[in-house]
Design a binder for this molecule. Sequence first.
Ligand code: ZN
Length: 236
Amino acid sequence: MRKLDHDQALVLFSGGQDSSIALAWALDRYGRVETIGFDYGQRHAVELETRQEMLASLRQAFPAWAAKLGDDTLIDGGALRSLSETAMTHETEIVMAENGLPTTFVPGRNLFFLVLAGALAYRRNTGVLVAGMCEADYSGYPDCRAATLSEQMAALRLGMETDLDLETPLMRITKAESWRLAEKLGGEKLVALVNENSHTCYRGERGDRHEWGYGCGECPACELRAKGWAEYRAGT
Ligand code: ZN
């Protein structure tokens, strides 16, 4: 059994609202934090650009966090593109499919990401993975649920004979509550920074700046984000 350093975290960081807040949570909690992202042929490279802006602005605004924030690793997940026929990687309409899942569901995607993140963590002697999965108000993706992740982490620990853990600080909280968490971690400054720099829109639109951030305002991800922001601002 290889014992890893549990004061080191590796954050699965996509540049979205949830993983940005999860990153801040990790920076508040651990002595050393690295990030990992995946380029898997997303329809829009916007996410990959905004994640760099988010890292740069976090470093600038929070010097104490900058001192802990280490390497960012971008992994080529192009194998997913060749497998996938879904809306996230191809120009298919975003709708609910017959199986009850949105067409943005990429089978195996998060399972695949977690294996790669686990392998990198092992090499870095990092004991904790941190991810922004949330099942409270968006349970469409079965690979983001706590039950799935718990089983997969058990498999990773067995398969690498190590004591790797996973923390998902947003798993059971709503989008409004996750904004409140951001406020607690870094005040209004962090809330404004995540709102400005994080990307959520499925269509990859960053033309219009709404009160809740950038996006098309019509896709399911934008609707959820707008609703969460409104609830947060209303204090509900
Ligand atoms: Zn949108």
